[in-house]
Design a protein around this ligand. Structure first.
Ligand SMILES: Cc1cc2nc3c(=O)[nH]c(=O)nc-3n(C[C@H](O)[C@H](O)[C@H](O)COP(=O)(O)OP(=O)(O)OC[C@H]3O[C@@H](n4cnc5c(N)ncnc54)[C@H](O)[C@@H]3O)c2cc1C
Length: 455
């Protein structure tokens, strides 16, 4: 039987590889790096095991939960503490996010916690939502357009944008409405965006929008690797694919080259050729539709481990600001978001007695001292330099979306959208559509094309 070559061993590649094996494929995975998992990885800082990349998954639709259950990880699923995140607003104040809200969209625009962030004028404009007919904004394609039409610019820019940027690294004007499944449906039923939010939150109380794994999300990578090992699927590390065609790949001559790969290029192949049915689960490709490579952006993280067993740092443990703080643009703080990791996850708290673990994210690389000072502002406590027992900086390069064609099956976040829920869902559905090896031999069959899922 001809091999199926899965390019990339991130979560998308590992999931699609496992599912294809279950459909009867003989699978081989080709991975450019020296480890599997891609943006899901573990690291130790001051001896504490932590997530270096993704640390949670969206619980909506139960997609990830079901998948983890199938991998035998159901009893490792954990909820974060049940407390709202905070927002460092444009005014420079740091306040809890409105208790009942979705991506910052409030269920009660005139409530005190909303007024504290956006001011009275913008809050009153938000109330117009209750007077507008249901269809207003219901055909919006982006979340930004929907919120602007229903609740105005103030609520969009001062409240929704910082939350969305903190979670999805993009402005709501660039995020499809589908990022909040059911929101438009409930808007039309309730004739109000605020009431639609309230309705959705009744089904998903605070804290349950995301979940994690005891021991970190890298537990998922270990479980998938164990599965592939059980099925005898080889993973070749240090193998960078330079070119992909429906029936073969060409390997890069220099596997360390970071340049984008090409799909279906007519250039003479220079590297080694591997034959098989090709499934792509790696970013950095050129879209077979637009001919353009996905844009790549960097996310810089700094993890700080603070000794909180002293009088001058005890406040850090005693007064956490929920799970962390999202940051509005144009404030004195350079960080985009802070996660109070040891407050958010009980398993981290247990693994780090007497320590507080903070993780800050940035668009451009900060110094460790900048991260420490940002943490002081965001958490409203003093964190003396001498109390920082360890600090680690990590940079992630992420590829934006590309348009998938039908000639080569592609999965992963560049077609599925960001986040483990979207990525796992898409990879499973691609494997399902490809089905048994003999069926998958003709990937140009339109019946095999996978609809895009949004994050
Ligand atoms: C800091 C950070 C925090 C995040 N937090 C969350 C979170 O809390 N919750 C959530 O749901 N999502 C989160 N995400 C997003 C989530 O991790 C990603 O959407 C998801 O892991 C993407 O998986 P993927 O397999 O599509 O891509 P990747 O993880 O990027 O994997 C792609 C793999 O392909 C390999 N590869 C690339 N090019 C080639 C090539 N030419 N040849 C061979 N191999 C190649 C790469 O080395 C990599 O191993 C976060 C991401 C980051 C960076």
């Amino acid at each position: 039987m001809r091999e199926t070559l899965v390019v990339g061993a991130g979560i998308a590649g590992l999931v699609v590889a496992r599912e294809l094996v279950l459909h009867g494929h003989r699978v081989r995975v080709l991975e450019a790096g020296e480890r599997a998992g891609g943006q899901v990885a573990g690291h130790r800082v001051a001896g504490i095991p932590l997530d270096a990349g993704a640390e949670a998954f969206a619980t909506r639709g139960g997609i990830v939960r079901d998948y983890l259950q199938r991998l035998g990880l159901a009893d490792r699923i954990v909820a974060p503490i049940d407390a709202p995140a905070w927002l460092h607003a444009r005014t420079g104040t740091t306040v809890p996010l409105p208790a009942v809200s979705l991506l910052g969209i409030p269920s009660a625009p005139l409530s005190q916690d909303v007024v504290a962030v956006v001011g009275l004028r913008a809050a009153w404009r938000g109330m117009a939502d209750a007077l507008l007919p249901g269809p207003v904004g219901s055909t919006a394609t982006t979340l930004g357009e929907l919120v602007r039409r229903r609740m105005g610019d103030g609520i969009l820019e001062k409240l929704v944008a910082p939350v969305v940027e903190g979670i999805h690294s993009t402005h709501p004007d660039d995020l499809p409405v589908a990022v909040a499944p059911g929101l438009v449906h409930h808007l039309l039923r309730e004739n109000s965006l605020a009431r639609a939010v309230a309705r959705l939150r009744i089904d998903a109380p605070a804290g349950s929008l995301v979940a994690g794994l005891d021991g970190g999300m890298s537990t998922l990578v270990d479980a998938l690797l164990a599965e592939l090992d059980r099925f005898g699927v080889p993973i070749e590390y240090g193998v960078r694919v330079a070119e992909v065609h429906p029936d073969r790949v060409v390997l890069a001559v220099d596997p360390d080259a970071a340049a984008g790969s090409a799909v279906g290029s007519d250039a003479e192949p220079e590297g080694e050729v591997r034959e098989g049915l090709v499934v792509v689960a790696a970013p950095g490709l050129v879209s077979p539709v637009s001919g353009r490579a996905a844009d790549r952006t960097a996310t810089h993280l700094v993890t700080l481990v603070v000794d909180a067993d002293h009088d001058d740092t005890r406040a850090l443990a005693d007064a956490p600001r929920g799970t962390g703080v999202l940051v509005a643009k144009n404030t004195e703080v350079a960080a985009r978001a802070l996660t109070h990791v040891s407050a958010k996850w009980a398993w981290v708290r247990a693994a780090a007695p007497g320590r507080e673990v903070l993780r800050l994210s940035y668009e451009s690389a900060p110094t460790i001292d900048r991260a420490r000072r940002d943490a002081e502002v965001l958490l409203g406590v003093s964190i003396p330099e001498a109390r920082v027992v360890a600090a680690e900086a990590t940079t992630w390069m992420r590829a934006g979306r590309i348009e998938a064609g039908e000639s080569i099956p592609i999965t992963g976040e560049q077609v599925a959208g960001t986040g483990l829920a979207a990525v796992i869902d898409h990879a499973q559905r691609l494997a399902e559509r490809l089905g048994a090896p003999e069926r998958a031999l003709d990937p140009s069959d339109p019946a095999l094309s996978v609809e895009r899922t949004d994050p």
